[in-house]
Design a protein around this ligand. Structure first.
Ligand SMILES: [Zn+2]
Length: 240
């Protein structure tokens, strides 16, 4: 797991077991560093594996506070089991590019994509990963998710959603194939594409004007994005 994924996992387990919350920032930093170190060779998600689910199951079952080893030990058992038992993402003969010790590197992501492709084309039964449905809408959803940046396992994205509400909202809109106001600039406040709308605040003491990002886009931007979204869909239908 990358440090970001470990941080997300920690945020998630603290939410499930508030005893794990730390008031002291230094202690929290130390714990994050320790978890990052001990979970660096454990993926967040893999074929039949979900670190967040393992952590949740531990918290649900055990009276003891969760330790990094409660996630890493099941991972090593799972890996040995998968590699010994059947053909999966980590089978070296089907995916020789995957280094089993570097499953969250590029090779892992590539293998995961190949697997999703195999599922989508019906060569493989869907297991832990959901395949997108076919058709122009699915392609559009994929294009928009790709434009938003790197692929992130859904559980990690959920844990992080709390800390990046705007990104979470954009991903939600993309998945629902709904208009995303941030795909167009705002004609009201001149916020460029991809940036949130801004509101003006005047400081009563020095009369200085400040601009602050707004959590909601201006209504005219929502209208523009809806029109652009409809136009794109009409074009796709005309081509289909
Ligand atoms: Zn605006």
């Amino acid at each position: 797991m990358t440090p970001r994924e470990v941080a997300a996992l920690l945020a998630y387990v603290v939410k499930l077991d508030p005893r794990l919350a730390l008031d002291d920032a230094t202690a929290a930093t130390d714990r994050l560093a320790q978890w990052c170190d001990l979970l660096s060779d454990v993926p967040a998600t893999a074929h039949g594996w979900d670190a967040a689910r393992v952590a949740r199951d531990h918290i649900a079952r055990s009276p003891y506070r969760i330790q990094p080893s409660d996630v890493s030990r099941p991972w090593h058992t799972h890996k040995a089991d998968v590699m010994g038992r059947h053909v999966g993402t980590f089978e070296p003969t089907t995916h020789p590019e995957v280094d089993p010790d570097d499953q969250f590197g590029n090779a892992y992501v590539k293998a995961l994509r190949a697997e999703r492709l195999a599922i989508a084309s019906g060569q493989q039964a869907p297991t832990t990963h959901r395949a997108l449905t076919a058709g122009p809408a699915a392609a559009e959803v994929e294009r928009r998710l790709a434009a938003l940046g790197e692929y992130m396992p859904p559980t990690v994205a959920q844990a992080l959603a709390l800390y990046r509400p705007q990104r979470a909202e954009r991903e939600r809109l993309a998945r629902a194939d709904a208009p995303d106001p941030l795909t167009v600039p705002c004609t009201w406040c001149s916020a460029p594409e991809g940036e949130p709308c801004r509101g003006r605040a005047i400081n009563p003491r020095d009369q200085q004007t400040r601009y602050r990002p707004r959590s909601k886009p201006h209504p005219c931007r929502v209208e523009d994005a809806t029109a652009a979204h409809l136009a794109r869909h009409n074009r796709q239908e005309a081509h289909a």
